[in-house]
Design a protein around this ligand. Structure first.
Ligand code: TYD
Length: 208
């Protein structure tokens, strides 16, 4: 049984490259608004002045030699700013916050696929975000090769090796089974409409 959510809930949406998160977020936001919630929709890294600068650095293919340790701290810095400047105040006002990627991305990409250690990165993420964890996370599950084909492998993260992206996909599955109360697994292989209907069913259960 998942807990019931309402005003001030914190939702995240997660998944490998090309899993369709950014297509689903507007549907989620529309659904929440039509049910009377005030919604703040954001994506990581970014959505603050500092965060957008960090995003540019992290995603630009010009920066070929960013180490995994440096990458970790850059993602954490962007999030630390976002949590204090945007997320916590919005939750305090009773808004529902919908965030496209959050700490599961760091645990999976840097901790598991990047080899920095799942537990260690999980602890660091919790500390960096003042202990703020999502109430529910939708994990859009898609074979990584399909996702990379959809995304076109344009930015620095997408251009990492196939082995890296295979570890990302596997990492998410492991994480989902370890946090089954929080993480809702959605099969992202089907068409956009069916993926949305599955998410909508979950939202109805969570917010009724
Ligand atoms: P983005 O263009 O937002 O990709 P997507 O549409 O797939 O979310 O780029 C974010 C990239 O950064 C994506 O490849 C995942 C990666 N990432 C990490 O490696 N660690 C993190 O903590 C976060 C938030 C993102």
């Amino acid at each position: 049984m998942r807990r019931k959510l309402g005003h001030g809930a914190f939702l995240t949406i997660e998944g490998p490259e090309g899993s369709g998160k950014s297509t689903q977020v507007p549907h989620i936001v529309r659904w929440l608004k039509s049910h009377g919630y005030r919604v703040r929709s954001i994506r990581e890294p970014g959505c603050t002045f500092l965060g957008e600068k960090i995003r540019e650095t992290l995603l630009s293919s010009k920066h070929k030699n960013i180490t995994t340790h440096a990458e970790l701290f850059l993602f954490l810095a962007a999030r630390a700013q976002l949590v204090e400047e945007v997320i916590l105040p919005a939750l305090k006002r009773g808004e529902v916050v919908v965030c496209d990627r959050y700490m599961d991305s760091t645990v999976v990409y840097q901790g598991i696929a990047g080899g920095l250690g799942r537990d260690f990165v999980e602890r660091l993420c919790a500390w960096g975000a003042h202990g703020l964890r999502p109430d529910v996370s939708f994990f859009l599950d898609l074979p990584y090769r399909e996702g990379l084909k959809r995304s076109g492998r344009k930015d620095r993260m997408e251009r990492k090796s196939f082995i890296f992206h295979a570890r990302v996909a596997e990492g998410y599955r492991k994480l989902a089974s370890g946090h089954s109360r929080r993480v809702v697994v959605i099969n992202a292989k089907s068409d956009v409409g069916s993926v949305w209907r599955n998410i909508e069913e979950e939202l109805k259960q969570l917010f009724k």
